[in-house]
Design a protein. Structure first.
Length: 512
């Protein structure tokens, strides 16, 4: 064994030598969602063996995501790593408890916004093309372009329903069904999915960003498909009976179980670091990388919604784990709020996380608004985790816009982010002339801004149900719970508030 000591010391050498010949033989991660406590508990276990074949002890290094959320006794041993300070524990096993902050399919409607929302929705529907070409595409949309279009439609569908626009809602729902059927049916040629047995991967064709050649970005692309499938499943159980097996393949491909014969365990997720990797090969001098943390989280949110809609408790547990660990990792490693950036690093966030650190850039542009925005989009009702620290939201927004009065790159995304701390300021900067990002719409943006201005920004209150949120403005709190089942559900919030969530809808309770 070879190990770098924290410092040159004979005493440390002897201390480490006690474990040096304990060979690791297995490692394991386990998780469980504890709804009554508002947390996901994650356990890490390392099996070791002495030269005599007996079970041995270990020194385990805990990253900030670990030691900030565990009661495991720690030694005084420290390392400086690309993820911040690592603290060592003399143990083979420890657990962490991460907050589960909930997801939603949609925010509540501000009734006073309804007239303009109807105009914006009608304007979008009149365009006619729900699955346009993405930039640089010549012949047909690929799995990323269609994915972002699925995300767009999935976000608009519940808004149309809130407005009572039944015909519009039906149009959006049927468009998603028709397009998913096209992808899920290979008889008519492209687009389709095929299974690569050599790599244990379900591949979309046509595709982009190395999803096929390097097995990149599976959570990014397929997360949008999953959001659309969840939206349909919440409304049409018969569709699930027909197409559910294909959706399950997408899930297994991207977040496979430990014993799945077709797909790897959790694919690109690094359970110990708490986040995934975008690159399937990791063939870079800096190791592997992950740019859009928010698109990876979008997959987890879609999985939670799908699992609830179809009544799959195991998938719900998995989705809750993926959501909790990745949202926590974003705050530690992508945002300066975690306190893990080097003191000389001049930015409030990074655009790309690398194995050896982070980079303030994207793969296609050095524009700061894109660097920040790629870790916000898609903005959905599962994006409220981005607003857990309003002071940081404001400082991060100021940094990304460089003091400009108005954002310029993806103004709809930037203003949606600002609204998590100051919705009135964001609303004042918005206009219907703003061109939305490819996966977004004016209607979604305006609905979001008006909802947060009306009901308030995220409050750190949890609940014992998967789909919930609490918004606050002054002394007023608005409690939200989405119940996709056919029976009423009693929801208990961590501050003692109780809400009876009606079936198949978003229930709202304002106090006072």
């Amino acid at each position: 064994s070879v190990a770098a000591l924290p410092e040159a010391s004979e005493a440390l050498l002897e201390r480490f030598a006690a474990y040096a010949f304990h060979r690791p033989t297995d490692s394991r991660v386990d998780w469980r969602w504890l709804p009554g406590e508002g947390v996901v508990e994650i356990a890490f276990t390392l099996a070791t063996q002495t030269p005599q074949g007996e079970a041995g002890g270990a020194l385990m290094g805990l990253y900030p995501l670990h030691w900030k959320h565990t009661d495991m006794p720690l030694t005084d041993l420290r390392y400086q790593t690309p993820r911040g300070v690592m603290k060592l524990a003399e143990t083979n096993h420890f657990t962490i408890r991460l907050p589960y902050t909930g997801v939603l399919p949609v925010l509540p409607l501000d009734e006073e916004a309804a007239p303009l929302l109807r105009e914006l929705l009608a304007e979008y529907l009149e365009r006619g093309s729900f699955f346009p070409l993405f930039f640089g595409q010549i012949r047909r949309p690929d799995s990323y372009a269609d994915g972002k279009s699925f995300g767009r439609l999935a976000a608009l569908l519940p808004i149309a329903e809130q407005l009572g626009e039944t015909a519009a809602a039906t149009t959006l729902l049927e468009a998603m069904k028709e397009r998913l059927a096209l992808w899920f049916t290979p008889d008519d040629g492209l687009p389709l999915f095929y299974y690569n047995a050599n790599w244990g991967a379900l591949i979309a064709a046509p595709t982009s960003h190395g999803l096929d050649q390097s097995l990149n970005d599976h959570a990014f692309h397929y997360g949008y498909f999953l959001q659309a499938a969840a939206s349909i499943a919440e409304r049409d159980p018969a569709w699930v009976a027909d197409w559910g097996p294909m959706v399950e393949l997408l899930i297994r491909n991207t977040a496979g179980s430990r014993n799945d014969p077709m797909f790897p365990f959790l694919r690109a997720l690094d359970p110990y670091l708490g986040h995934g990797w975008a690159s399937g090969s990791g063939l870079f001098g800096r190791g592997s990388n992950l740019e859009s943390s928010s698109e990876a989280i979008n997959f987890a949110a879609g999985l939670i919604r799908w699992a609830e809609a179809v009544g799959d408790a195991e998938l719900l547990e998995l989705g809750s784990y993926l959501y909790a660990t990745q949202t926590a990792a974003v705050w530690e490693y992508w945002f300066a709020a975690g306190g893990n950036f080097p003191p000389e690093f001049p930015h409030t966030a990074i655009g790309i996380l690398w194995g050896d650190g982070g980079a303030y850039r994207t793969w296609w542009t050095p524009d700061p608004e894109a660097i920040h925005g790629i870790n916000f989009l898609p903005i959905t009702a599962a994006s409220l985790y981005l607003g857990r620290d309003p002071d940081f939201v404001l400082s991060n927004y100021r940094h990304m816009t460089g003091g400009r009065e108005r954002p310029h790159y993806w103004p709809d995304i930037a203003l949606s982010y600002l609204a998590l701390a100051d919705p009135k300021a964001a609303l004042a900067l918005w206009s219907r002339e703003i061109r939305p990002e490819f996966g977004d719409t004016r209607a979604r943006t305006y609905h979001w801004l008006r909802s947060l201005a009306r009901y308030g920004t995220p409050v750190a209150i949890t609940a014992d149900t998967p789909q919930f949120a609490v918004l606050g403005r002054g002394d007023s709190h608005t409690y939200l719970a989405f119940n996709p089942s056919d029976t009423p559900r009693t929801v208990r919030f961590s501050d003692g508030t109780v809400l009876l969530a009606a079936p198949n809808t978003l229930t709202i309770k304002e106090i006072p």
